[in-house]
Design a binder for this molecule. Structure first.
Ligand code: F6R
Length: 367
């Protein structure tokens, strides 16, 4: 059932172009460049009245939520808060009937996320689900929602589910921006077009960078620790890259906003520390280049995910992985792919059963 692959994780990484296509099917019209999200239409009035949106999730799904905060605030100009479901449910959060709560969950069964939603519902908020498993508990209690359509995910580490969460959340942000008139038709069409090109761009990363990522993994697989740094749209991707590595390689890894590095983590940098930069061309590119120079000056090993033809970043990095150019709002969706592969090859290189890493469960139904 692994279809010729060694593990479900790598099979699911390779299924991502198809998963993106499936999550856009019937929603994004690639010819007219229009988007239809019937789940969103159901709560349109509530959304237009909402003073803020609160996103609740755990783990990788929380990382998707963090990126959604950047997207929704940029495109739709609505205040967004992103909460760990476990923290949200146990404090005394301020929830009003004007709030829209979005839960993001692959399994739709995560106990903390489910209870956080029940609590918000009891206080009159509108609750919305972005879920992969059809008919799951979270899907059933929400007022409306959008399924991610990633297909059945078996590997414990979330890969194709995450990619489709991002696809759906960007669609959500774009549709909300359309409702609120905060986006120009030109930018909207450009982003729809770029979204439609995502499957082929992901495919090209999977075929073109596999061998070099394998070599990078081999070179660093015995490191004691990794640091992942990104800024802006790539900050949530740094967090996700670090989580993926620790889950399936058992190497300690920390994700950080690149500029925060000088407020502490820079003390860790020496010639034994691999530092993974997500440094694609965007509005903060110059800033991240100077962060890379700071690490290099302290002899840290620079591994960088960069845009094609970025000679400056390529010249600085000890090892680099290039990804195709796209709009800066879309590039985090591409940038996570090399990081998934890196963790897969580090994990397998260390002889770990990446489909069933120790101590982890696919669906966390106990708190
Ligand atoms: C990491 C991973 C977990 C889940 C988390 C939430 O690869 O899979 O961090 O993302 O347990 O699970 P769901 O999305 O099912 O609520």
């Amino acid at each position: 059932e692994k279809g010729g692959y060694d593990h479900f994780m790598i099979k699911e990484i390779y299924e991502q172009p198809q998963a993106i296509t499936d999550s856009l099917r019937g929603r994004l019209d690639p010819i007219e460049l229009t988007l239809r999200l019937s789940g969103l239409e159901k709560i349109k009035d509530k959304l237009l009245q909402a003073r803020r949106i609160i996103i609740v999730a755990c783990g990788t799904s929380w990382h998707a939520g963090l990126l959604a905060e950047y997207w929704i605030e940029e495109l739709a100009r609505v205040n967004v808060e992103v909460e760990y479901a476990s923290e949200f449910r146990y404090r005394n959060p301020i929830i009003t009937p004007e709030d829209v709560i979005i839960a993001i969950s692959q399994s739709g069964e995560t106990a903390d996320t489910l209870v956080a939603l029940e609590k918000a519902k009891a206080q009159g908020a509108t609750i919305f689900g972005i879920v992969n498993v059809v008919g799951s508990s979270i899907a059933r209690i929400t007022d409306a929602g959008i399924y991610t359509h990633a297909g059945h995910e078996i590997g414990v580490a979330s890969t194709k589910a995450f990619i489709t969460q991002l696809t759906v959340l960007l669609s959500f942000a774009l549709k909300l921006a359309e409702y609120r008139n905060t986006i120009s038709p030109e930018l909207q069409k450009q982003l729809f077009k770029e979204m439609n090109d995502l499957p082929s761009k992901v495919e090209s990363i999977l075929t073109e960078s596999k061998d070099s990522i394998k070599q990078i993994a081999e070179k660093y697989k015995n490191a004691g620790s990794f640091l992942y740094l990104g800024r802006g749209y790539n900050f949530p991707i740094a967090l996700e890259g670090a989580l993926k590595l620790k889950e399936i390689s058992y190497i300690h890894a920390e994700g950080y906003p690149a500029a925060e590095m000088k407020h502490g983590p820079i003390a860790l940098v020496d010639e034994n520390l691999p530092v993974v930069f997500i440094a694609t061309k965007d509005r903060v590119h110059e800033k991240i280049i100077s962060n890379m120079q700071e690490i290099k000056a302290r002899r840290g090993k620079l591994i960088a995910v960069v845009s094609q033809n970025d000679q400056l970043a390529l010249g600085l990095a000890d090892d680099s992985i290039t990804i195709p150019e796209t709009h800066e709002l879309i590039s985090p969706i591409l940038a996570v792919i090399p990081l998934q592969l890196l963790s897969y090859y580090v994990g397998t290189g260390r002889g770990i059963d990446v489909d069933k890493p120790r101590n982890l469960a696919k669906s966390v139904t106990v708190e």
